[in-house]
Design a protein around this ligand. Structure first.
Ligand code: GLU
Length: 467
């Protein structure tokens, strides 16, 4: 490849959800462009007019935006470039590297069957006929070399040799004059100045055919890097039963985009034993030669571990916004003052959260409104003795001047000593009264989340119910 600045691209077909395999391909292209100071581009391969929808195009834009993988230029739409593809086919015709093939559908089917039985690629009798009947329906086929071999020098898979006799004469333009996928990809990659084609290894065979067409056109063949699939944790093809496949599902399940980037980077690529790294580190380390050729496996424990790491690093305001959205989608009632409660509570509960959904769950106790519905189990804890003790604790706490975790921990310990009992004698009841039975942090943390007035009022409510 000449010393041109690196240009990579992601070329998804907008036909539905954005698969995490596509996300990982996008990430590797983005990382490699960052690594080399090059550009990362987006091409929407929307030539399948029946399956391509505007909504699916939006899914790709949203998925890339959520992942933070912003292309460096406006997206290119493949369908709009059909004229360019046709021109390239005409150029191949003019060079004698393509021909008009007049085989009917029936003839093609029959030839395909014979070729299969003989274990060879299909051949057209029109290959060397140089016929040009303008009025007869035809396709334009590539005159692929029949001898020798085509070698793909793949950065991930190594050298892969294809015998040319096994590759049939690819259709470039269909009977209706529309370009086929392989032609469109080559013309677009060439005209977009793509230097490195980094994509799924399901396109490896296409790389051989595409190489031949590049050569016939006299164009530089890009550097190939074919990435292995992402399988489920059991090593089988990723499917619904493995939990999630679409980028949007990972968002809905409460994963942060930076955790996804770190996680996806480790799916098939690595830098020594580093498991946690920043985007800058990944970009500075990322070499295509370090991509592993074997399929990667989705590992939920690793993803959860990374997500927890990034939840612990995230800005509290950002987490509060995410948690608020989650509560909204669950129709959890909203009140004035919730924001302050969240800002106080999130730092106290986030260490245990693997996802933002768990983080949202962990804030519910603090956002509830008085008087709390106490489950029977908690009511049962409020015996006469415990209620009296909680009453005395309420008095002690009401005199507490500094409402912070370490002060309150000391106050609770001091109270237990003054009562001559262990914390177990009143801790669970206090926790129940403060949380209404929802998950909550430890006692001092719960008191800080709620703030002093709310804490004392929840105690009052419970003690008056018990009385
Ligand atoms: N549109 C193809 C796909 O979604 C990608 C083609 C390519 O990267 O060359 O699989």
């Amino acid at each position: 490849m000449p010393d041109r600045p690196v240009v990579t691209r992601i070329a998804p077909s907008p036909t539905g959800a954005m698969h995490i395999g596509t996300a990982r391909t996008a990430l590797f292209n983005w990382l490699y462009a960052k690594h080399t100071g090059g550009k990362f581009l987006l091409r929407i391969e929307d030539t399948d007019r029946e399956r391509s929808t505007d909504a699916a195009v939006q899914v790709i834009f949203d998925g890339l935006a959520w992942l933070g993988l912003t292309p460096d230029e406006e997206p290119v739409f493949q369908f709009a470039r059909a004229e360019r593809h046709v021109l390239a086919a005409q150029e191949l015709l003019a060079k004698g590297a393509a021909y008009r093939c007049y085989m009917t559908v029936e003839e093609t089917t029959a030839e395909r069957e014979i070729a299969r039985a003989e274990g060879r690629a299909i051949r057209s009798p029109w290959r060397d006929a140089e016929a040009n009947f303008n009025d007869r329906p035809h396709v334009i086929r590539f005159k692929s070399p029949q001898e020798g071999e085509t070698v793909i020098r793949d950065k991930v898979k190594g050298d892969i040799t294809f015998q040319n006799k096994d590759l049939d004469d690819l259709i470039l333009l269909r009977t209706d004059g529309t370009p086929t996928y392989n032609l469109a990809v080559i013309v677009d990659d060439h005209e977009m100045g793509i230097t490195h084609v980094i994509r799924g290894d399901d396109h490896l065979n296409n790389a051989a055919r595409q190489t031949q067409i590049y050569e016939a056109l006299g164009w530089d063949v890009p550097v190939w890097a074919h990435l292995p699939m992402i399988n489920g944790p059991d090593g089988k093809k990723l499917s619904k039963r493995h939990g999630a496949q679409a980028v949007s599902e990972f968002d809905e399940m409460g994963y942060l985009p930076e955790a996804m980037r770190n996680y996806l980077a480790r799916l098939g690529w690595g830098h020594g034993n580093d498991e946690i790294f920043t985007d800058e580190q990944a970009a500075s380390w990322f070499e295509l030669e370090d991509v592993v050729g074997a399929p990667a496996r989705l590992d939920w424990d690793k993803l959860n571990h990374l997500n927890n790491h990034y939840i612990r690093l995230a800005q509290i305001e950002r987490l509060a916004e995410l948690v608020t959205k989650i509560h909204q989608t669950r129709d959890f009632p909203r009140h004035d003052g919730d924001q302050e409660i969240l800002l106080r509570t999130i730092p106290l509960v986030r260490d245990g959260a693997k996802t933002t959904l768990e983080l949202a769950d962990a804030t519910v106790f603090a956002l509830k409104r008085r008087p709390l519905e106490l489950p029977d189990k908690i009511k049962g804890m409020l015996t006469e003795e415990t209620s009296a003790r909680l009453g005395r604790l309420r008095e002690a706490l009401s005199g507490e001047p500094v409402w912070e975790v370490s002060e309150l921990e000391a106050a609770l310990r001091g109270f237990a000593e003054s009562e001559g009992v262990g914390m177990g004698k009143f801790g669970p009841a206090l926790r129940g009264v403060l949380s209404g039975g929802s998950p909550a942090p430890d006692l001092a943390g719960a008191l800080v989340s709620l703030g002093k007035p709310e804490s004392l009022e929840r105690l009052d409510d419970a003690l008056s119910q018990a009385a």
